[in-house]
Design a protein around this ligand. Sequence first.
Ligand SMILES: *[C@@H]1O[C@H](CO)[C@@H](O)[C@H](O)[C@H]1NC(C)=O
Ligand SMILES: *[C@@H]1O[C@H](CO)[C@@H](O)[C@H](O)[C@H]1NC(C)=O
Ligand SMILES: *[C@@H]1O[C@H](CO)[C@@H](O)[C@H](O)[C@H]1NC(C)=O
Ligand SMILES: *[C@@H]1O[C@H](CO)[C@@H](O)[C@H](O)[C@H]1NC(C)=O
Length: 338
Amino acid sequence: MSNPLMSGFCLTAWRRISKMARKKVIFTSLLIFPSLVMFGLFIHMQDIDLGYFCLSCSGSYFHYKFDYNNKVFLKLPEVDCRQTPPFLVLLITTTYSQKEARMAIRKTWGKERVIQGKRVVAYFLLGQRENESAKEKVILAQESHIYKDIIQRDFIDTYYNLTIKTLMGIQWITHHCPQASYIMKTDSDMFVNTFYLVELLLRKNQTSNLFTGKLKLNDRPIRMPFSKWYISKREYAMARYPPFCSGTGYVFSIDVAQKIYNVSMRMPFFKLEDVYVGMCLERLKIPLQELHEHTTFFADKHPFSICAYRKIVTSHEVQPAEIGMYWEALRRSREEPC
Ligand SMILES: *[C@@H]1O[C@H](CO)[C@@H](O)[C@H](O)[C@H]1NC(C)=O
Ligand SMILES: *[C@@H]1O[C@H](CO)[C@@H](O)[C@H](O)[C@H]1NC(C)=O
Ligand SMILES: *[C@@H]1O[C@H](CO)[C@@H](O)[C@H](O)[C@H]1NC(C)=O
Ligand SMILES: *[C@@H]1O[C@H](CO)[C@@H](O)[C@H](O)[C@H]1NC(C)=O
């Protein structure tokens, strides 16, 4: 309690009640707390959907589908994949307001470069800001003009439209850059060690039916209505999701992009993008694979050290300033042993 007046009041009230009453209060709280925990556990185990009590969680809100017939992009990057086919294309989901992160990525892991003779390029996926002002349109147009790395279509940029955004990226790659070998879909709050990723992809040497990342083999839908990842039984009835890779970063071969794009036309829409891609893969019977015997994709923040970050592919929740610091530290120590 941060309000001193309020906490003072509570303390006085607490002192005023008799010792007996205090005991009762403590006893009752001791009883209520475990009961709440048991109730929560019960809901979880029985897979009960609390959404029936949630008046504002209308499912119809999420039924917008990707428009496959519309081939119009608002912004396209300047690339010629036919002349210089990239080995790895990084598709990074981002929103209008995350310019600082985009700038940090452009200077570090998203900077176009050649690694072990293989070209790596990065593009940012954007929708449209709701009620975008004329000024904001101009600012984004300028950014796109300078860096030529923005892919944008006219859907409203919200968290629950992430599936649309990812399908846009997959549509772009299948129509505009099918000469690429591998695609990575990742986010703008990520650190990606592109050097290690290229090394592992070359070592794996699997150019088709490859899908890898941070594997989620046994996840359940969250049935608590106030969670960001809440899914009602109407949206998804089964108790478990098919295997999928965390949306923080997954990598696939170009044929898989084309197959996902094709099969997605026949799939019901699902708002959680990484689970949705898992559903497509299940339909396609493409198994998920580990890229390495050690864990290299981290869906949370991996504590930074030079030696640790040399041998990881992704780390999550990394601030723009940290992206720069980590990258520079890795670059400067390249010759040092671990
Ligand atoms: C966008 O504009 C509409 C109509 O002017 C308004 O109802 C809505 O609240 C606005 N949304 C945001 C996020 O500002
Ligand atoms: C997704 O974008 C579409 C198209 O702009 C819009 O109609 C829909 O409301 C958006 N969905 C969400 C959940 O924001
Ligand atoms: C990669 O695999 C192909 C065919 O599966 C094989 O011909 C080639 O030698 C392999 N390359 C490396 C570097 O292992
Ligand atoms: C996807 O569908 C198109 C058009 O139907 C077809 O030409 C193409 O071969 C399909 N690609 C894959 C990988 O299934």
